[in-house]
Design a protein around this ligand. Structure first.
Ligand code: C2E
Ligand code: MG
Ligand code: MG
Length: 705
């Protein structure tokens, strides 16, 4: 049992010493005493720290009588308060009892025994009070939330009762819809009917403990609504069901948002092709395949339509969209089954050609594409001729990142355009105008590792309920001579491409662990402050990673339960079999896993359930759109719902203004970070943020927290 945290408001040194002495000598309970001498100090202590019990002297220099009690009560409405007062103040003390004080102790007659017993009772009573309050709140929620329709089915007579609410959910009046199960099942979507009927039968046959099924129902307005039907059978002595009753909930909003989230992920809405993220992920797969089989060859084609803008401007956006769809179909026809076509920009497409036979193979594919685009596309009764410029980059180097390879194809495409369009160009090293610059950067990076020029900055992660700092995200910075402080966006992809990420990553992890240990020393046991460390896909692909992290943890002495690793979806999905095992080993060390930039990758339910993930970090692009994009709002709400139903936490990234913060809090988001609170700062400045309270929506919210 930990020490009991006691806040003592007492201006007399003698009285305070006496109480401290008594508490120290309690043989059963340890105490952590925090004494203050004026009520304003007590209030700010109650607002910023947690206490188990408050002992109040009602007469202190800046307040007297009931006002002292009321100030403390307002600062923290649920902590138990024991008031102490002089004899002549008995009436006041009784007033405090009426307003919720747990006990009243007359100062002059006080003994150690009375004090300790009073504290013990106050604790017990406040626990029961809280349990009662919570159960009342739960009940209220349940009643308010009873938006469900009710059904009751007599299996013997086959008569069905549907409540008015049930019918209203589907747009029917109280006397509409019949009284038999057939009337009910007739409204179930034909594609869902078999499964639903099976679920009902399984439960009637006692094969499932209850009925629970999500299916579509026909609304009176002709639309389909997603509904959740739940039910329970009532059985006779022999176990045969004779009646079944349950509820129906309209879950359409949740389903829609989920679908949007899923769809948003890997495919382009207009053309149905893979999007950029999916393309890059497939590309990283094949790059890795070259590692196992060096003779394996593949190619990336970057296809950009010529004069697409002209079509858009002269025939309108709708026609432009039709053209893009038509081109998509032709590109799909021009490739082989294992290849990928993606739309990666307005009129830009990328193709991944698997297993090509040398440069000629890729060139032949490009020729096929030119040919198929040569036939006109009919748009609004008009034949439109189109052509494309194509850049080709061959894969083969295991050191390349997917982004680099795509950039090479892009550079080659650009050259094709300049050479007069409707043609293809292959990437050649000299196209890379800044190759020299890259050599310089590589040399600089290696030197930076030798000279230890990398530092870690910390961005606070705020508990949105009360504005306190719950942790820090460690973010890498390069203190580059002449250039100044450089962000990770410029050097991490480069370090990855040049095989330096393993070493750099471990340096950063070592530093972050050491700093986390220092934070731990500063905050002590009650802080529970966590440090989040980012891992890139490259690092995660390294099989020694877990051992290396365990080593760093041991060397720093940090409590591993204070560490969080942040991974992106793409990093996990590159090698799902190994990823699950590695995550389990990290979790066994006590380290937690957060999924970074959530919503931008695949967002598939199946892997969320398969991997042991503690928390989702909502990507900043969605937070940025919260104020004016209904879509982003729906996505954020869906992510929060998803996390809640999977028992995960949520951190919102990139909060830049009060409007975004307010929305997130209303939606029930628990944690967030962003420039609105603070940018990433160096270790010393981060220490200065400990114990700070970050902006709140209003004072009222603070008092509630
Ligand atoms: P991330 O993990 O998503 O980190 C959040 C990024 O958003 C940080 O950029 C942070 O400075 C920025 N940010 C925070 N609040 C706001 C805001 O309100 N508005 C805007 N516009 N941006 C905000 P930073 O430091 O440039 O880091 C970029 C990425 O580099 C990180 O994205 C992370 O993926 C990677 N990274 C950073 N440090 C490390 C590291 O030590 N190891 C590895 N492997 N990757 C790292
Ligand atoms: Mg991160
Ligand atoms: Mg992020």
């Amino acid at each position: 049992m930990g020490p009991l945290r006691v806040l003592l408001l007492e201006d007399s040194d003698a009285d305070a010493d006496r109480i401290a002495h008594w508490l120290e000598r309690d043989p059963v309970q340890r105490y952590e005493l925090h004494r203050v001498v004026v009520v304003s100090e007590a209030v700010s202590a109650l607002l910023t720290r947690e206490y188990d019990v408050v002992l109040l002297d009602l007469s202190v220099p800046d307040s007297d009588g009931l006002a002292t009690f009321q100030a403390a009560r307002a600062a923290h409405p649920s902590v138990p308060i024991i008031v102490q007062s002089a004899l002549q103040q008995e009436a006041v003390a009784l007033g405090a009892l009426n307003q919720g004080a747990q006990d009243y102790l007359p100062k002059r007659e006080l003994t150690a025994q009375m004090l300790l017993r009073s504290i013990r009772y106050a604790r017990e009573r406040s626990k029961t009070d809280r349990a009662l309050r919570e159960s009342e709140e739960r009940y209220k929620l349940a009643v308010e939330g009873a938006n469900d329709g009710i059904w009751d089915w007599d299996l013997k007579t086959n008569r069905l009762h549907l409540s008015a609410r049930w019918k209203a959910l589907l747009g029917h009046g109280p006397t509409e819809v019949g009284h038999t199960p057939q009337d009910w099942f007739a409204l179930v979507h034909p594609d869902d009917l078999n499964q639903f009927a099976a679920a009902v039968n399984h439960h009637v046959d006692s094969r499932t403990p209850f009925l629970q099924h999500e299916h579509r129902m026909l609304h009176a307005d002709g639309s389909w609504r997603w509904c959740l039907s739940r039910g329970l059978a009532i059985r006779d002595g022999a176990g045969n069901a004779y009646r079944m009753a349950g509820s129906m909930t309209d879950i359409s909003p949740r389903k829609e948002a989920e679908h949007r989230l899923m769809r948003l992920a890997p495919y382009d809405d207009l053309t149905g092709l893979a999007n950029r993220a999916l393309f890059l992920s497939r590309l990283s797969h094949v790059i890795r395949r070259t590692r196992r089989n060096p003779s394996y060859r593949f190619a990336v084609l970057f296809v950009d339509l010529d004069r697409f803008k002209l079509v858009n401007d002269s025939l309108g956006h709708v026609a432009g969209d039709e053209l893009l769809v038509a081109v998509s179909r032709r590109l799909e026809e021009a490739i082989r089954p294992g290849d990928t076509v993606a739309r990666i920009g307005g009129d830009e497409f990328a193709l991944l050609l698997d297993d090509v036979d040398g440069p000629d193979g890729a060139a032949a594919a490009a020729a096929r594409i030119h040919e198929s685009l040569g036939c006109p596309v009919s748009l609004r009764g008009q034949d439109v001729f189109t052509s494309a410029s194509i850049g080709i980059a061959e894969g083969g180097s295991i050191r390349e990142t997917p982004e680099e390879l795509l950039r090479k194809a892009d550079l080659a495409m650009y050259r094709a355009k300049r050479q007069g369009r409707a043609r293809s160009e292959e990437f050649q090293a000299h196209l890379h105008s800044d190759v020299m610059g890259e050599f310089q950067l590589e040399a600089d990076l290696r030197r930076a590792l030798d000279q230890d020029e990398f530092v870690v900055h910390y961005q606070p992660i705020i508990n949105l309920k009360n504005g306190s700092v719950g942790g820090f995200e460690a973010l890498a910075r390069w203190n580059r001579p002449v250039h100044g402080l450089v962000g990770p966006g410029t050097f991490i992809p480069f370090a990855e491409a040049h095989g330096l990420m393993g070493e750099l990553g471990m340096r950063l992890i070592e530093r972050a662990c050491a700093d986390a240990a220092r934070f731990e020393d500063l905050t002590g046991d009650d802080g529970n402050l966590c440090v989040s460390i980012n891992l890139s896909g490259r690092q995660f692909a390294d099989e020694d990673l877990v051992d290396q992290i365990a080593g760093a943890v041991a060397r720093s002495g940090v409590d591993p339960t204070r560490l969080i690793l942040e991974l992106t979806e793409t990093a996990l999905l590159d090698k799902p079999e190994c990823a699950a095992g590695m995550l389990k080993r990290l979790r066994a060390l006590g380290i937690r896993i957060h999924l970074d930039d959530f919503g931008t990758g695949f967002s598939s339910l199946s892997y969320l359930q398969r991997f042991p993930i503690d928390c989702l970090k909502i990507d900043q692009s969605f937070v940025g759109g919260l104020s004016d994009s209904v879509e982003d709002q729906a996505i954020v709400r869906a992510i929060l719902g998803l996390a809640r139903s999977l028992g995960m936490g949520v951190v919102a990234e990139g909060i830049e203004n009060a409007g975004q913060l307010d929305r997130l809090r209303l939606m029930g988001c628990q944690q967030g970070q962003g420039f609105y609170f603070s940018r990433a700062v160096d270790f010393d400045a981060a220490v200065g943020l400990l114990g700070a309270r970050f902006p709140q929506r209003s004072g009222a919210v603070l008092a509630q927290a």
